[in-house]
Design a protein around this ligand. Structure first.
Ligand code: MD6
Ligand code: FE
Length: 207
């Protein structure tokens, strides 16, 4: 039996500490390869605000935001091309993290890649553009650490916080699936392997 170090947010959501660490170079190489095909960009919210994290996608569906709203698209509206293929290591790692968290047979068809520089943040939001809320979300952190905010089902509930570090994987679902969450502005910092950056891979079943 493998010894998994986990840290629970709640009954249905947890952080698997260091779960992705052994794969970090491989994951970073795959990100680099994706970015060569489809570069990071700052998307705008439907209200016209530029997001401070920059984003790209891989997999069958990519998450996009612009004046027409938040949604999943099979092609990148910027290039009209399909998103880069999902690397097997992303899908396999997400599936195994989900399995180890009690969500068996998780099949992701979308991976949003967020890149944060110091001071970038993610305001409280719900992930609700997917079709099937019975499917969990698996989120992989690489690079500099961040304070993750895990709120309630309403925006006003005071969030609990967890530090997420390089190699940690968050898995959540069930009754927590629609909880508000976000990340605090990143502090100035440098990670030995990643530099002054944080990457977050969010794997989902969009459709
Ligand atoms: C981030 N993550 O960690 C932003 N959403 O940079 C998310 O928005 C997120 O980590 C749903 C589930 C897990 C997450
Ligand atoms: Fe989210």
């Amino acid at each position: 039996m493998r010894n998994i170090d986990f840290d629970k947010f709640s009954e249905h959501s947890l952080v698997l500490r260091n779960y992705a660490k052994n794969f970090d170079t491989q994951l970073l190489e795959e990100i680099e390869n994706i970015v060569k095909q489809n570069d990071f960009r700052h998307m705008k919210t439907p209200k016209g605000h530029q997001m401070s994290a920059s984003m790209t996608n891989c997999g069958e569906y990519g998450w996009v935001s612009d004046k027409f709203g938040y949604r999943y698209e099979k092609t990148d509206p910027k290039t009209n091309q399909p998103w880069p293929k999902m690397p097997e290591i992303f899908r396999d790692l997400a599936r195994s993290a989900a399995d180890d968290s009690g969500y068996i047979n998780f099949e992701s068809d979308a991976c949003l890649i967020n890149r944060y520089r110091p001071k970038a943040a993610m305001a409280l939001h719900q992930d609700k553009d997917e079709h099937d809320f019975t499917q969990p979300i698996v989120s992989i952190s690489l690079g500099i650490s961040v304070t993750f905010l895990f709120g309630g089902l309403t925006r006003t509930e005071k969030p609990v916080t967890k530090e997420l570090h390089h190699g940690d994987i968050v898995v959540w679902g069930g009754p927590d699936r629609l909880r508000f969450h976000g990340v605090r502005p990143l502090k100035n910092n440098t990670h030995p392997l990643v530099g002054p950056l944080r990457f977050n891979l969010t794997l989902r079943k969009a459709n």
